[in-house]
Design a binder for this molecule. Structure first.
Ligand code: CTP
Length: 407
C-alpha cells in the first residue's frame, strides 16, 4: 500500500456507496485509505449495508455526515440527492452487490443509493462482491455487460475463498486494486481535456466617480456554473469576471475585472482559446466625464453624465481574422422578442451561437437559480426547457464539447 497523499486523489471528493454484503466492513478501510491519500469521502449506506456496518463507524472514519435514506427529510433539506451526486468527483460503489448492480442496470431509483446513481453525471466505479454463484448467474453477467456498456468502470471481483465457504470469483478486489482503479478513474481525460475555454461572466461596474458606479442586475450565476461545467469536462478555463454576487468556481484561472474596458483587455490577454463564451452582462457605455473626486451636489443643478460607448468584446473576438476561437458564443438577456433580438445579435456580432433568455422581471431568471434558454445558430433555434442554471450549464458544456470535437 502506498503511504501518504496521492496527487490524483488530493482534494478529490469521492461519494462512496456501501452496499449490503459481508465485504461492507472493507469499505471502512477504503474510507481510511482514501483519506490518507488526500481525498474526502462522503459515505452513503444502503439499508442492507447497515446490517453489516454502522453509520457511526462510516461517519467517524470519513469525518463527514453519512447519508442513509432517500426519504430522510433532514438529509433532503440539507442536501438533496441530486446535489449529493453532483458534488462528487467520482462515485464508487463498494461492495457492489448483485442487487445494486441489478438496480443500476435496470435504471431503478427506489432508495438513496440507486437514486444517486441515476442522478449522477460523474464517472461511476463499482467493486462487485457477492457469492460466486450469484456472480456467475446469467442475470448478474447480463447486468455487468449492460453497466460496462453504460460506461460504468469495474474493479474485481477477485477469486478466492469466500465467507460462505465456497471458492471462486466474488471476493471484493483488494484495497490496493480499488485504490488504483479510483486513481485511474479520476485521470481519464474528459472530452474537453487539452482545450482552453475562455468564459466572461458577471456584470461590469462603470464608475461615475470614486464612490459611485453604474451596474446591472447580473449575479454571475450562469457564467460561473458554465465555467465549472467546462472544467468538469476537462477544459482549462480562463474565467474573466466582473464584480459578481456568486464566488468563482475552484479549479479555473480567475481574472477579476471591474469595467468593460478592463474586461476587454483581460480577454485579449487570455487568447488564444479554442472556445470563447461571453456570458457577462457588459455595460454598453462608460461615463466619459467620470471624476477623480467624489461628485458634490451642485447648488441648484443636476449632474450631467456624458457617455462613451464601450468596446464590444464579443464582436471583437468573433471578428478576429487569424487565430479566432473555433467557437464563439454570445448570450442575450432580453425582456421581449427574445429570439428575434437574438437572431439579430448573431448576425451583428458575427458569433456562432447566441444563448438567449427572457429576463423580464416576472421570469425570476436574472439573479435566480433557474434559466430557460434558446440556442440560436445559423441552422435554427432550439428551445430548451426551464432548468436549473447548473443543469443548463452542463448541457451547454456538453454541446460545446461536441462542437469542438466536430472541428
Ligand atoms: N457583449 C460584449 N461586450 C459588450 C456588450 C456585450 O462582449 N460591450 C456581449 C455579452 O457578453 C453578450 C452579448 O455581447 O454575450 C450580448 O450582450 P447584450 O448586452 O445583450 O448586447 P448588446 O449588443 O449590448 O445589445 P443590447 O442593445 O440588447 O444591449
Amino acid at each position: 500500500m502506498r503511504n501518504g497523499v496521492i496527487p490524483m486523489l488530493a482534494g478529490k471528493r469521492i461519494l462512496l456507496i456501501i452496499g449490503g454484503g459481508i465485504a461492507a466492513y472493507k469499505a471502512l478501510e477504503l474510507i481510511r485509505e482514501l483519506r490518507r491519500a488526500g481525498a474526502s469521502v462522503v459515505p452513503v449506506l444502503t439499508r442492507a449495508a447497515e446490517e453489516f456496518v454502522t453509520p457511526l463507524s462510516a461517519s467517524a472514519l470519513a469525518a463527514e455526515k453519512v447519508y442513509r435514506d432517500l426519504f430522510d427529510l433532514t438529509d433532503e433539506a440539507e442536501m438533496g440527492h441530486i446535489e449529493l451526486s453532483r458534488d462528487a468527483d467520482l462515485v464508487v460503489v463498494a461492495p457492489a452487490t448483485a442487487d445494486l448492480m441489478g438496480k443500476m442496470a435496470a435504471g431503478l431509483a427506489n432508495d438513496l443509493a440507486s437514486t444517486v446513481l441515476m442522478a449522477t453525471d460523474k464517472r461511476v466505479l463499482i467493486a462487485p462482491a457477492m457469492n460466486v454463484r450469484m456472480w456467475q448467474h446469467p442475470a448478474t453477467q447480463r447486468n455487468l455487460s449492460t453497466l460496462t456498456g453504460d460506461g460504468v468502470l469495474t474493479v474485481g471481483p477477485d477469486e478466492g475463498d469466500m465467507a460462505c465457504g465456497e471458492y471462486g470469483p466474488g471476493r471484493l478486489a483488494t484495497l490496493p486494486a480499488i485504490m488504483a482503479a479510483i486513481e485511474a478513474a479520476l485521470s481519464v481525460p474528459g472530452p474537453l481535456s487539452g482545450r482552453h475555454v475562455l468564459v466572461t461572466s458577471g456584470p461590469t461596474h462603470e464608475p461615475i466617480d470614486p464612490v459611485r458606479y453604474i451596474a446591472n442586475r447580473s449575479s454571475g450565476a450562469q457564467g460561473t456554473a458554465l465555467a465549472a461545467a467546462l472544467r468538469d469536462l476537462g477544459a482549462r478555463v480562463t474565467f474573466v469576471t466582473g464584480p459578481a454576487r456568486v464566488s468563482p468556481p475552484s479549479g479555473v484561472e480567475v481574472v477579476a475585472v471591474e469595467t468593460a474596458r478592463e474586461m476587454a483587455d483581460a480577454v485579449q490577454q487570455a487568447l488564444p482559446a479554442d472556445a470563447a463564451i461571453f456570458a457577462a452582462a457588459v455595460a454598453d457605455w462608460h461615463v466619459k466625464n467620470a471624476g477623480a473626486q467624489k461628485m458634490k451636489k451642485a447648488a441648484g443643478g443636476m449632474p450631467a453624465l456624458d457617455f462613451a460607448e464601450n468596446p464590444d468584446i464579443l464582436a471583437g473576438v468573433a471578428g478576429i481574422k487569424a487565430g479566432r476561437p473555433k467557437l464563439v458564443v454570445g448570450f442575450a438577456a432580453e425582456t421581449e422578442n427574445v429570439v428575434d433580438h437574438a437572431r439579430a445579435k448573431l448576425t451583428r456580432k458575427g458569433c456562432d451561437w447566441i444563448v438567449a433568455n427572457d429576463v423580464a422581471p416576472g421570469t425570476g431568471i436574472m439573479g435566480g437559480t433557474e434559466n430557460a434558454v434558446h440556442i440560436v445558430t445559423a441552422e435554427g433555434v432550439e428551445d430548451w426547457p426551464r432548468l436549473s442554471k447548473d443543469e443548463t450549464a452542463r448541457r451547454l458544456a456538453a454541446r460545446i464539447a461536441d462542437a469542438l470535437a466536430e472541428n
